[in-house]
Design a protein around this ligand. Structure first.
Ligand code: FES
Ligand SMILES: [Fe+2]
Length: 392
């Protein structure tokens, strides 16, 4: 490809008149195929989408003590998220202001009880990012410790979940995702105190958006593989009862529960988290979701960590008010992580292999006028958001 694959030319090609994406979901086609495999588009997406958005890092109960930290890779950066004393959670670029050593290993987590010490020349930083000590600095002309704090990253908490953004101008997550905290708090009382009770990571051979497209739409739910067909009894079969509603940067799918003795997993009592017992999936732009199953006393999270244009890690994790899981909750976790998700991944990898075909450029979104739960208008909203970042 060489020079013909520069970002601007790729963008011009995608914005060209043969593009059949439409602002009207009812006649629109999907994102064009190169969005799912093009190297230049992937790099551009890192800075235009991920670095501009709010990104899920962890729940606050995953870093409960002063000095507990996790890291998150984001747009060629490593970000350190650490708990300061008095409940404050902070985030910094994981880079030493002296000569650029990374302070902790990317991907690591742990505890730094007395502050962060650089592995190279042992400059030490307080949990608030200020420089505490630098060996021999008193001998250096005009050296002011105040000039060498760690560079902060924005942090915001939503129902106990910690999000970070590299965009210092981005509207707050609360202002962007209006109503999301209300929905989560309505369904899960005391979510700030939930803890991580299970987690599965999957290496997936697809662009991250193939996974998210699949997460948002329920059109495939009873039409694809055997694990999906089990949904038939898990959720209500009354089509008019389920709806997908799109909001700014988030989308909700709600369907009443079906039978307790369904073939996906057995439950006896309705969900007991303080809200209802509906099957609910929520997509939060760009790449995360929440899931609530009938009879399951845990909130599932679903998010990706892109690792290349055609690869990502998919994480399914579960947060609950207690670590003692009842049988229905264990069965629901097992069904979602060990049976349904592997089948979804197989479906998605089949899509990824097809996306490079010269016979495919864009597909027709199956949107109905009533915007039912089986309509693909949620995927349309997602694609419109992606385009708004990529084609501005
Ligand atoms: S690079 Fe961190 S102390 Fe020198
Ligand atoms: Fe699925």
């Amino acid at each position: 490809m060489g020079m013909s694959n520069t970002m601007s030319e790729t963008n011009i090609r995608l914005a060209a008149t043969e593009d059949r994406f439409s602002s009207d979901p009812e006649v629109s086609y999907t994102l064009a195929a190169p969005y799912y495999y093009d190297e230049a588009l992937f790099r551009s997406e890192q800075s235009r989408v991920f670095a501009q958005s709010w990104r899920f890092a962890c729940h606050r109960t995953e870093i409960p003590h002063t000095g507990d930290y996790v890291t998150l890779g984001l747009d060629n950066e490593s970000i350190l998220i650490i708990r300061d004393k008095d409940e404050t959670i902070r985030a910094f670029y994981n880079v030493c202001p002296h000569r650029a050593s990374q302070l902790v290993k990317p991907g690591s987590s742990g505890n730094k009880p007395s502050g962060i010490s650089c592995p190279y020349h042992s400059w030490t930083f307080n949990h608030d990012g200020t420089l505490r000590g630098a060996s021999r600095c008193e001998r250096v002309k005009n050296f002011n410790k105040e000039d060498f704090s760690l560079t902060p990253v924005r942090v915001e908490e939503l129902c106990g979940f910690i999000f970070i953004s590299l965009n210092i101008d981005a509207p707050s997550l609360g202002a962007q995702a209006v109503g999301l905290d209300d929905l989560l708090n309505r369904e899960c009382t005391g979510l700030e105190d939930y803890s991580l009770v299970a987690r599965s990571d999957f290496d997936v051979k697809t662009n991250w958006k193939v996974i998210i497209d699949n997460f948002i739409e329920n059109y495939h739910l009873t039409l694809s593989g055997p694990e999906h067909k089990k949904f038939a009894d898990l959720v209500s079969s009354e089509e008019h009862e389920s709806k997908i509603r799109t909001h700014d940067v988030w989308t909700e799918f709600i369907s009443p529960a079906g039978r307790p003795d369904n073939s996906a997993f057995q439950w006896t009592e309705p969900r007991n988290l303080g809200g209802g017992n509906d099957f609910i999936t929520i997509h939060l732009f760009p790449d995360m979701g929440f899931v609530l199953f009938p009879g399951v006393n845990a909130l599932s999270l679903f998010y990706t960590r892109p690792t290349g244009p055609e690869t990502c890690t998919l994480v399914t994790s579960y947060y609950a008010p207690t670590t003692e899981l009842d049988e229905a909750t264990k069965a629901g976790v097992h069904y979602f992580s060990d049976e349904l998700s592997p089948e979804d991944i197989e479906l998605c990898e089949g899509v990824q292999r097809g996306l490079r075909s010269r016979a495919y450029h864009q597909g027709r979104l199956m949107v109905d006028a009533e915007r039912t739960g089986l309509s693909e208008h949620g995927v349309h909203a997602f694609h419109a958001w992606i385009r708004s970042f990529m084609l501005d």
